[in-house]
Design a protein around this ligand. Structure first.
Ligand SMILES: Cc1cc2nc3c(=O)[nH]c(=O)nc-3n(C[C@H](O)[C@H](O)[C@H](O)COP(=O)(O)O)c2cc1C
Length: 378
């Protein structure tokens, strides 16, 4: 938890693919557990608050669990699609992760998009998934806090007390969330601790925060705000734009066209906003996709989700970060390409100039350390 209103949290990104140009077969690195461990160790030692484990090729819970014992401080922001897992089982996994990591787990509740969810066997449509998530979070919060359940919703029924533990973080580990549709905002206002946005421009972000603040106030709540951005930082602005141009040169038209055709089918409002930043064509010069001073939309050509980068010298990048802070952002989830090398660069050039909040590691205090056969039905 942030201790001072001026402080920020800075998370890195810990999700495949990766490499010098991960959208191309010769620029994508082999990703295995030892490599992911290297990124986690860098995050852990370089002063980041933690890392986002987004849904990708690896299961986020298994990936996170595999990295607990090779890290000491970093917090794990684990992406979860509610329709794909029972809220009580997710609560049990959260408690276990929270216990073993000494209070270092947070959940990122994500809605995905309909074709992606159908491929996993969920038939709920976009807004219905948010209605489901509303029930899911209600049950998860009670279960993770160790309460007995008597919940009869439209989608979920849960009765009794299945879980023997309580969470290490009280009352529950934090819930974060990204989603830009109206249904997303309503759900966030009701339940969420930190609302995340992909890298829209500072005025767009300020507008979103204003709307969410009003919705949260109607619920008698206040929430915190975060943003997911790439950073392309070099000693000078010119060198940083050269790097953006290098990335652009590794993109080919077929890769871009395939990605854009895929993404056009997504019913994610946030995704459509990212797509609206360009016309799907590779420009001659990176600066043609500078949608706001120092904000580059080029990565949206080749990747789903977050596709904008702040490009510039450390001074330029810090000035833009400050502009987001002025808009109300306190959490930055940033990354660079490749993840490992750029974790060092950002830690050396940017982190020392930011007031990063410190988090205490919570010693495990499970009330029930001795388990008996009394609990055998579970
Ligand atoms: C910072 C951030 C991280 C996200 N991570 C994931 C993720 O790991 N997996 C996923 O399927 N969606 C992810 N999303 C997208 C959400 O699923 C989002 O709810 C989706 O775009 C649909 O929401 P919308 O139509 O309300 O915008 C993320 C969104 C943001 C802002």
């Amino acid at each position: 938890m942030t201790t001072n209103s001026n402080e920020v949290e800075v998370y890195w990104y810990l999700t495949a693919p990766d490499g010098p140009s991960p959208w191309s077969s010769d620029g994508a690195r082999k990703i295995d557990l030892p490599y992911l461990r290297q990124i986690a160790s860098a995050v852990d030692q370089l002063g980041y608050t933690g890392a986002l484990l987004a849904t990708g090729p690896h299961d986020t819970w298994v990936l996170g669990s595999s990295l607990i014992s090779s890290t000491e401080k970093m917090r794990f922001l684990i992406a979860v699609h509610p329709p794909l897992i029972s809220p009580v089982l997710a609560a049990k996994m959260t408690q276990t992760f929270d216990d073993f990591s000494r209070g270092r787990v947070l959940l990122n509740i994500v809605n995905g998009n309909t074709p992606q969810m159908q491929a996993y066997g969920s038939t709920l449509e976009h807004d219905e998934r948010y209605a489901y998530t509303d029930e899911w979070i209600t049950v998860w919060k009670k279960a993770v806090a160790g309460e007995s359940l008597d919940f009869h919703g439209k989608y979920i029924t849960a009765e009794g007390k299945a879980l023997q533990l309580t969470s290490t973080q009280k009352p529950t580990p934090p819930l974060w969330f990204g989603g830009s549709s109206q249904a997303a905002h309503t759900t966030a206002a009701k339940h969420i601790d930190t609302y995340l946005s992909w890298g829209e421009t500072p005025p767009q972000v300020a507008e979103k925060i204003k709307e969410l603040q009003a919705l949260a106030a109607e619920q008698g709540r206040s929430i915190r705000y975060g943003i997911r951005l790439y950073l392309i930082v070099r000693d000078t602005d010119e060198q940083a734009w050269e790097e953006a141009n290098r990335l652009l040169k590794t993109m080919d038209e077929t890769t871009v066209e395939n990605m854009q055709n895929n993404l056009r089918n997504s019913d994610s409002v946030g995704q459509q906003r990212m797509l609206g930043n360009h016309n799907g064509k590779i420009p001659q010069d990176a600066r043609e996709l500078e949608i706001y001073p120092d904000l580059w939309a080029g990565l949206s050509l080749v990747r789903p989700g977050p596709g904008t980068a702040i490009v510039g010298s450390p001074e330029t990048v810090l000035a833009r970060i400050q502009e987001y802070r002025d808009a109300g952002i306190t959490t930055f989830i940033v990354s660079g390409i490749p993840l490992l090398e750029e974790a060092y660069r950002v830690a050396e050039k940017i982190l020392p100039h930011l007031p990063i909040a410190s988090h205490s590691i919570t010693p495990s205090k499970q009330e029930e350390k001795v388990f008996t056969w009394e609990h055998k039905i579970h």
